[in-house]
Design a protein around this ligand. Structure first.
Ligand code: ACO
Length: 332
């Protein structure tokens, strides 16, 4: 019999160093008021030099194992959603496997920008549902500060560094992940990208001089796309399963812009107390936003067993999607 995958632990890691809007005022032509009203962001975390995405991911996975009371040797598979891998290869998942001592696990990365966690979660869930694995770790982690141009006010105010992780195990009690709706529109690739460093434009003096190793975003285009698609996919997955916003305990959206979240909340017709928002403290941490928000919500006691939870995301690619689940853990 096919079994649902359930989230049996959730954790996160954020670096200590804080970069506030006032700090950014000293770096580019911007101001706290503009950033807060246009995005909802007050501050973000920045990982120290010499550390990378795998360090944050490994911290999150260590905490995950502690919370669940398991040895890393019990983990079967580690999947890392990221667009800021430590290096092209080996995968960040491989580096995390080594750092946490999960010697029995295999590992790989999923690159889907801000949708990286949800895409990775759907992959991980398949291994549980099929019966192939019993313990799958799914991480969303990004060191966005490594690819952000701190001379470009259009992007540098938006992003931060963080990692979040969940443990997936077979569900025994009619809880767990009910469904996913995931989408890609490769036509959107021009609107949000890091152009160089791959096989099309390997690093050269020209790519460096043109800032092609930094994130580029056509903010307006992405905004329009995101407002519509994240709301659509949130409503559709509820309708498919005959639920409405009233049935939801918690909506955990990707944290890219408070106005985008507000638009989705309005379409869902839910009150603000059913939404997890922490963008003010961390900015957009790309693949980490959903597990980071989920982890904080769980620690704050906002989730109990059998609560209906909705995840929704969108990001570079374009990619977007949602997932619906019944929370499996009692309050901490
Ligand atoms: N401080 C002050 N002014 C600024 C700043 C800043 N940091 N950034 C831009 N401006 C200026 C612009 O230059 C522009 O000036 P102009 O009118 O003289 O040209 C003006 O502010 C308005 O710019 P807009 O782009 O219209 O501002 P908007 O209200 O659209 O907000 C933002 C910009 C916040 C980027 C918004 O478009 C957005 O959130 N887009 C979506 C971002 C996103 O969600 N990305 C997806 C995930 S990322 C991933 O997948 C990796």
């Amino acid at each position: 019999m096919l079994r649902r995958a359930k989230i049996s632990a959730v954790s996160h890691y954020v670096p200590e160093k804080v970069l506030t809007n006032h700090d950014l005022e000293q770096m580019v032509d911007t101001n706290d008021e503009w950033i807060q009203t246009r995005t909802g962001i007050r501050e973000r975390r920045i990982l120290e030099d010499g550390k990378a995405t795998s360090d944050m991911a490994a911290e999150a996975v260590r905490k995950l194992c502690e919370q669940r009371g398991i040895d890393p040797l019990e983990i079967d598979l580690i999947i890392v959603g990221t667009i800021t891998p430590d290096m092209f290869f080996p995968s960040t998942g491989n580096l995390v496997q080594d750092k946490v001592g999960a010697k029995n696990a295999w590992s790989y990365d999923v690159a889907a920008a801000c949708s990286g966690f949800l895409f990775a979660l759907s992959s991980g869930a398949q291994f549980i549902t099929s019966g192939m694995h019993k313990k799958v770790v799914v991480v969303g982690a990004d060191k966005m500060s490594a690819i952000v141009n701190y001379k470009d006010r259009n992007t540098c105010v938006l992003f931060g560094d963080a990692a979040g992780a969940v443990l997936l195990e077979p569900d025994e009690e009619d809880t767990g992940i009910i469904d996913f709706m995931l989408h890609t529109d490769g036509h959107g690739s021009e609107s949000l990208q890091m152009k160089a460093g791959g096989s099309l434009y390997p690093a050269t003096l020209r790519t460096v001089a043109n800032d092609w190793h930094f994130i580029y975003q056509d903010g307006k285009q992405v905004f329009k796309f995101a407002v519509q698609r994240m709301a659509d996919v949130s409503v559709k997955i509820l309708e498919k399963h005959n639920y409405t916003g009233d049935d939801l305990k918690l909506f955990v959206p990707h944290q890219a812009n408070l106005r985008i979240i507000d638009a989705a909340v309005k379409r869902l017709g839910i009150s603000n107390d059913k939404v997890m928002i922490n963008i003010g403290n961390y900015g957009n941490t790309t693949a980490a936003t959903i597990p980071l928000a989920l982890s904080e919500a769980y620690q704050e006691g906002r989730l109990d067993k059998n609560d209906l939870v909705l995840f929704a995301t969108f990001g570079g690619g374009f990619t977007w999607g949602s997932s619906l689940l019944k929370w499996a853990m009692p309050k901490p």
